[in-house]
Ligand binder design. Sequence first.
Ligand code: DC
Length: 234
Amino acid sequence: MQGKKINIAVDGYSSCGKSTIAKGLARELGYTYIDSGAMYRAVALFAIRNGWISESEMDEEQLRQHVADIHITFKTNHQGEQETYLNGENVEQQIRTLEAANGASRVSTLGFVRKELVNQQQLMGKQKGVVMDGRDIGTVVFPDAELKLFLTASPDVRALRRFDEMKANGENPSFGDVLANVKERDLRDTTREESPLRKADDALELDNSDIGIEEQLRWALEMFNKITTEDEQN
Ligand code: DC
C-alpha cells in the first residue's frame, strides 16, 4: 500500500458486521485490526470471574480498585486470526458468550473503565495504520481519524447474524433471547451517559441490512481511496 498511513474508525450498533468490514479493510490495506469491543468484553469477563457482576448487580467499587490489574493484549493465531488475551490467558472463546456480551455492555457504562481502555486504544493508534471498530472510535478514541465509517442494520437482521454466529460456535440460544439482547444493548449503548453510541458528524453511514460483505468492502475501499487521494492532492 502506497502513501501515508491513516487511522480508520468503524462504529455502529452491535452485530452490524463492523468487524467483518474492519478486518477486510485491514487485510486489504496491510493495516492492524483492533476489536475495541473485545477489550470491554475482557474487562467484563474479569469482573464475572471475580463475582463482581451478576444478572442484576455490579460491584463497581471492586472493579474500580482493580481496573489497573486488567491487561488486555491481542495476538494473531496460526490461522491469521486475532485473539484476545486477558492477563496473558487466551480468552477469545470465553468473551464471545451472551453473558460476556451483557457484562461488556454494562461495564462499558463506567467512566473509569472507558478512560482506561480509551487510553490503551489511543496508544495502539499512535503509529497510524490501524482499523479499529467499536462505538466511540470516531467520536472519542480517534476523533481525528481520516476515515470514519458508521454501519447500521435493522435489529432483526442483526439478531439473526448473531444467532447464526452463536450456533456456529456450538451454542444453542433462542432467537427471541438474542433479539431481546440486541435491543437491550442498543438501548444501553445509545443512552448511557459516558460516550454513548452516536455517529460522528464526519462519518460516512451505510445501512447494510440488504448488502453483502463483498459490496460493503468495495464501498469501504472506495471511500478509503477517495480520502487518501484527496489527501495527497492537498
Ligand atoms: O462490539 P461488541 O459487541 O463486542 O461490544 C461489546 C460491548 O462493549 C457493547 O455492548 C458496547 C461496548 N463497547 C463500547 O462501549 N465501546 C466500544 N468502543 C466498543 C464496545
